[in-house]
Design a protein around this ligand. Structure first.
Ligand code: IPM
Ligand code: MG
Length: 362
């Protein structure tokens, strides 16, 4: 079967890191019999510049037709002055919502070779393997009403709505329970049930589902405590399930435990397992175009795509072991570079991965 992948490079370092992942795809085709059709489209600021919209109709159409989507990153200072609905980030939120990509998987894995790159002591993070399951199409990011209004006094007031339906909570909770069942069997649900009604319902729904998953041990934490526990003793976690905003914040925090956000892939899945794959880091405009960015998060996102959407678990493992091998050989981009390792640029890192893949195929 020929897989159809939509390639959406986006802004900043997006095009550079996606180019390295495309190189890896080419290598899989050449040496591992992978068959694929790639089609590229614009999203974010790049799309705003050419069409005035952060998510052009043609891009959405391509994404709908594809079996999976690979996205770089969106955004940058150039577009921050635009009105909100034209900003690059809206393109990302709109594609997540339009495709129903409610289930965001954000693994934080510490590669043994990078223990020294974490700001936490090695014994705190060694062997870390956490998965954050973030609800991605609801909560305060999408809740209505939202807006800015002017009060009678002339003062302005801005408001957003944090709303979750029972079905939305159950859907993301089930995904998390199922994944936890295939991992270490520990699921921690994170909310703010001591203050928020939406969190009260969240906790109730998650708790009600637990008996259906007897192999999973469920616990609950308030989000402030969860943030503290993540940096105090992160290895206590296996799978964390949480809402959109808390998941956004906690996943950056978990990312940093691993030494660099430049290493972390993600998947955003719909109800049938179709997905969009992107690095967790942003568009890093400060280093864009300088051959400095770490392409590994994007390459690892490709591995997730192979596993979760394209039914190619073997190829996913190949890509992941190529990444491990290249790290073991000492290759490091600037973000993970430490004394005694070999500092390389974006392209050289991508080349090292394809060499490792070729060597393993031979
Ligand atoms: C992320 C990003 C996005 C989010 C932004 C760019 C809209 O921070 O994917 O974590 O908040 O979801
Ligand atoms: Mg974020």
């Amino acid at each position: 079967m020929t897989a159809k992948i939509a390639i959406l490079p986006g802004d900043g370092i997006g095009p550079e890191i996606v180019a390295e992942a495309v190189k890896v795809i080419g290598c899989l085709c050449e040496h591992y019999g992978f068959q694929v059709e790639l089609e590229e489209a614009q999203i974010g600021g790049a799309a705003v510049d050419t069409s005035g919209e952060p998510l052009p109709e043609a891009t959405l159409r391509l994404a709908r037709q594809a079996d999976a989507i690979l996205l770089g990153a969106v955004g940058g200072p150039k577009w921050e002055i635009l009105e909100r609905r034209r900003r690059p980030e809206q393109g990302l939120l709109a594609i997540r919502s339009a495709l129903g990509l409610f289930g965001n998987l954000r693994p934080a894995i510490l590669y043994a070779e990078l223990a020294g790159a974490s700001t936490l002591r090695p014994e705190i993070v060694a062997g870390l393997d956490i998965l954050i399951v973030r609800e991605l199409t609801g909560g305060i990011y999408f809740g209505e009403p939202r807006g800015v209004r002017t009060l009678g006094t002339g003062e302005r007031e801005a408001y957003n709505t944090l709303v979750y339906r029972e079905s939305e909570i159950a859907r993301i909770a089930r995904l998390a329970f199922e994944i936890a069942g295939k991992r270490d069997g520990r699921l921690c649900s994170v909310d703010k049930a001591n203050v928020l009604e939406s969190s009260g319902l969240w906790r109730e729904v998650v708790t009600r589902l637990a008996p259906e998953y007897p192999q999973v041990e469920l616990s609950h934490l308030y989000v402030d405590n969860a943030a503290m526990q993540l940096v105090r003793a992160p290895k206590q976690f296996d799978v964390i399930v949480t809402g959109n905003l808390f998941g956004d914040i906690l996943s950056d925090c978990a990312a940093m435990l691993t030494g660099s956000i430049g290493m972390l892939p993600s998947a955003a899945l719909d109800e049938r397992g179709k997905g969009m794959y992107e690095p967790v880091h942003g568009s890093a405009p400060d280093i864009a175009g300088r051959d400095m960015a770490n392409p590994l998060a994007t390459i690892l996102s490709l591995a997730m795509m192979l596993r979760y959407s394209l039914n190619q678990a073997k190829l996913a493992e190949r890509v992941e072991s190529a990444v491990r091998r290249v790290l073991a050989e000492g290759y490091r981009t600037a973000d993970i570079h430490t004394v005694g390792t070999r500092r390389v640029g974006t392209r050289e890192m991508g080349d090292a991965i394809t060499s490792a893949l070729r060597a393993a195929a031979a």
